[in-house]
Design a protein around this ligand. Structure first.
Ligand code: GLU
Length: 409
């Protein structure tokens, strides 16, 4: 099914605006990105031939601070995807209350098909094209799907070379040696764990004990989220990567899964597990389902078969509006992406702040601040949900809309 993520984003905003009775002119004005750029990146391949790549940067809204959001390298990147992701960043940054607006970028590429040298030249090539529209107080990119601290390091180096400035706060999610922050790598997954801890406290009566978890995805976010659940008395029974999933009723040892994936390149074949597909994982009879990979995995097509009681969205945009409606009817607790995965960008703010003030905080300090920030975001969303008797998603949007409206005025 072809679902346009930007339409999903707009429909979520309109639902929330209806609940809160927000001024419709304001809603209309914040639907679309302020601007986006589309760039062409010529890349010299190792064999001497040239290939042309297409890239984007969408700048959605900067009422609350510089545009902020990741850069994704993936074959399915499109303008509508980048627009939707930049939109979600505006609302996410407002929910977690960091002084940033929303932006997002991407290149249409399968990075697995590039050598390390080609990947570096492509990353630098992208910056050559977007450098005039980014900067520490204007637009601050970060990693997203298939990008990481090393790529941010190349991009920052290129940016500083072209502009003749020292400006480490232009990119976040950098490695420590390039001015990154302690705790940034863990932050999105850990932040999701902090929110889940609060959700479990709030919904303790319905959820009871012997809670099981299925996680779709096993990248940076999923692995640190899995680690963060250690103290929550949960059993992770399923995990997956792009090649498929693994299931064990007895529970999966995450460290063993990481080691297996590292040595074989996939989760499949992990000792003591049976193989399942990514689709089967979403329909398992678990207490908590955690989509932590891509958008649009929960749709009208499979939503009726979802058995989880809680859905914690660590991916951006995993649930279509039709699926959302069905989950609401079935009283499934959906913790929306713009709250659940906001720990990453919250820690990007800490990194940006440290760069701007030439400070260096300890990991303990960063994670403590992050925990408190996630709890505060959870509380405001939960209170809003109770006040308006609405879904967590609409509540999160209402919190964000109010903060953005205030800043706009
Ligand atoms: N790409 C991450 C996200 O979707 C982090 C963005 C950032 O740190 O700017 O939230």
């Amino acid at each position: 099914m072809n679902i346009n993520p930007f339409q999903t984003a707009i429909s979520q905003l309109e639902d929330a605006a209806k609940v809160a009775g927000t001024d419709l002119d304001f809603i209309e004005a914040i639907k679309y990105p302020d601007r986006y750029v589309e760039v062409t990146i010529p890349l010299k391949m190792d064999d001497g031939t040239q290939k042309i790549f297409q890239g984007f940067r969408a700048q959605h809204n900067n009422a609350r601070g510089p545009y902020k959001g990741g850069i994704r390298f993936h074959p399915q990147v499109s303008l509508d995807e980048v627009r939707a992701l930049s939109f979600w960043m505006t609302f996410k940054n407002a929910v977690v209350n960091v002084p940033f607006g929303g932006g997002k970028g991407g290149i249409i590429v399968d990075p697995k098909e590039l050598s390390e040298g080609e990947l570096e030249r492509l990353s630098r090539g992208y910056v050559k094209k977007i450098y005039p529209v980014i900067g520490p107080s204007f637009d601050v990119p970060a990693p997203d799907v298939n990008t990481n601290g090393k790529i941010m390091g190349w991009m920052l180096d290129e940016y500083e070379k072209i502009t003749g400035t020292k400006a480490p706060a232009t990119f976040t999610g950098k490695s420590l040696e390039n001015g990154g922050s302690q705790g940034r790598t863990e932050a999105t997954g850990f932040g999701g764990g902090y929110v889940l801890r609060e959700v479990l406290k709030e919904h303790a009566v319905e959820l009871k004990d012997n809670l099981t978890v299925a996680i779709q995805g096993f990248g940076n976010v999923a692995t640190y989220f899995a680690e963060s659940t250690a103290g929550l008395n949960l059993k992770i029974v399923a995990l997956s990567d792009s090649k498929g999933g693994v299931y064990s009723e007895l529970g999966i040892d995450v460290a063993a899964a990481e080691a297996h994936k590292k040595s074989t390149g996939a989760l499949r074949g992990l000792a003591g597990t049976t193989e399942i597909t990514n689709e089967q994982l979403l329909e398992l009879p678990v207490s908590i389902l955690v989509p932590a990979a891509f958008e649009n995995v929960l749709t009208a097509e499979n939503a009726a078969r979802v058995k989880a009681k809680v859905i914690l969205e660590l991916a951006n945009g995993p649930t279509s509006p039709e699926a959302d409606r069905l989950f609401e009817q079935k009283e499934i607790v959906v913790i929306p992406d713009i709250l659940a995965n906001s720990g990453g960008v919250a820690t990007s703010y800490y990194e940006w702040y440290q760069n701007m003030h030439n400070e260096s905080w300890t990991k303990e300090d960063v994670l403590k601040k992050l925990d408190a920030l996630m709890v505060a975001a959870w509380k405001s969303v939960h209170e809003t949900k109770v006040k308006y008797k609405t879904s967590y998603r609409s509540a999160a949007y209402i919190v964000a809309i109010n903060r953005i409206e205030e800043a706009t005025k």
